[in-house]
Design a protein around this ligand. Structure first.
Ligand SMILES: [Zn+2]
Length: 387
């Protein structure tokens, strides 16, 4: 037999290769071997019938919390990952330098999902929330040492613009994170949205000019203090400038996503670069669920399938600089593939502001192929259709 696995007859959407058509995908070992219109079944050991399904490069979730057992909000990586069509995910700052050790030692080796991390600027990460209660929680030297020792896993520095130190020192905290990340050529990932309303109301305008191409703005559609919308609902010019120079706008849904802000921003051509969930405990049982639900929300907001897949495959792969092995289905790439289905019915998707968006289409995971291995989808929970 030429191939180990053949995914046959699906609608393949691979925006990096500009493919949206019926294709077969053949896998040998843990790599993509061929993509063609008709690959004979006889040439493969195992076959997945993907007719009526959507087949995409393995989905990448740019923002999750998966320090399971190490932080209160951490879910098992496979629950956020391969069990719902996501083959690679990013832990966004659950760990800081003092608490990082358990991730590579215990969490990552026991997961089938590939996990990368952004290291929190605060030494304790998100073991105590809100973090950065005082300046003692920042140790730039130890942070740099941890990054240097884990460059295969750590893709940047995470910082949340909340808490005492940010309230008192404002933009200086962003500068500290930038300086440390830059030593390693890495980006910063900055959370906006302060539920407690303690930060300076002009902080987002002040720090955005510091963001460079490749830096990541998390919770771009937050309705909380620090939002990109001005009081008259227009977009602050600093955000548009940041987007135009290549700052990555990430959704990071969870507790900081407003569909109303998203609607207003999309109407002003502020599109997300990447879609991500910010999923953790307890949001995995709703209202966030997982990445295909976040994609469904943006389908309801008017994005098309190609845009949804682009923002969950090649765009995050580029942001993480792993696009030489993931994010598309070219032969030679890692055999990470998501088989999804579009369901019809009526669903009410609730956002962080308790606003409800009704949709008649839900994208749902069917089968995950991770490193050439077939894993049936088994999400912890999915939205229930209403009658
Ligand atoms: Zn988060």
């Amino acid at each position: 037999m030429r191939y180990d696995l053949l995914i046959k007859g699906g609608r393949v959407i691979d925006p990096a290769q500009n493919i949206d058509d019926k294709r077969d995908i053949a896998i040998s070992g843990d790599k993509i071997s061929a993509v063609a219109r008709d690959i004979p079944s006889l040439e493969s050991q195992q076959i997945i019938d993907a007719s009526d399904k959507i087949v995409t490069p393995g989905l990448i979730d740019m923002h999750c919390h998966v320090y399971h057992g190490g932080t209160k909000g951490g879910v098992n990586p496979d629950a956020a990952g391969v069990r719902q069509g996501v083959t690679t995910l990013v832990d966004a700052g659950s760990a800081g330098e003092a608490t990082f050790g358990g991730l590579p030692k215990y969490v990552i080796p026991s997961a089938r999902t590939t996990v990368f991390c952004f290291l929190h600027l605060g030494s304790q990460g998100l073991t105590v929330v809100p973090e950065l209660r005082d300046r003692e929680e920042i140790n730039l030297e130890a942070t740099a040492e941890t990054i240097e020792a884990n460059l295969d896993l750590i893709k940047g520095i995470k910082l949340r613009l909340v808490g005492n130190v940010v309230t008192s020192d404002g933009v200086e905290v962003v500068k500290m994170a930038k300086q440390t990340a830059k030593k390693f050529g890495l980006p910063v990932m900055v959370h906006i949205g302060d539920v407690k309303k303690q930060i300076s109301p002009t902080l987002t305008q002040e720090f955005l000019p510091l963001m460079e191409p490749g830096d990541i703005l998390s919770h771009v559609y937050t309705a909380q203090m620090g939002s990109i919308l001005r009081p008259d609902d227009t977009i602050m010019p600093e955000l548009r400038e940041a987007m135009e120079r290549g700052v990555i706008l990430d959704v990071a849904e969870a507790c900081n996503f407003s569909s109303e802000v998203a609607r207003k921003a999309l109407a002003q051509d502020i599109f997300p670069t990447t879609l991500s969930t910010d999923v953790g405990l307890p949001s995995i049982t709703g209202p966030v669920y997982g990445l295909t639900v976040t994609m469904s929300r943006f389908l309801a907001l008017g994005l098309d399938m190609k845009q949804l897949v682009e923002k969950t495959t090649i765009n995050p792969a580029r942001a993480l600089r792993i696009d030489n092995s993931k994010g598309n289905l070219k032969p030679g790439m890692d055999a990470d593939v998501s088989v999804l289905e579009l369901r019809s019915g009526t669903w009410e998707l609730v956002d962080a502001e308790q606003q409800v968006t009704e949709t008649d289409t839900l994208l749902a995971p069917s089968i995950t192929v991770k490193s050439g291995q077939l894993i049936p989808a088994k999400p912890v929970a999915q939205p229930k259709p209403i009658n």
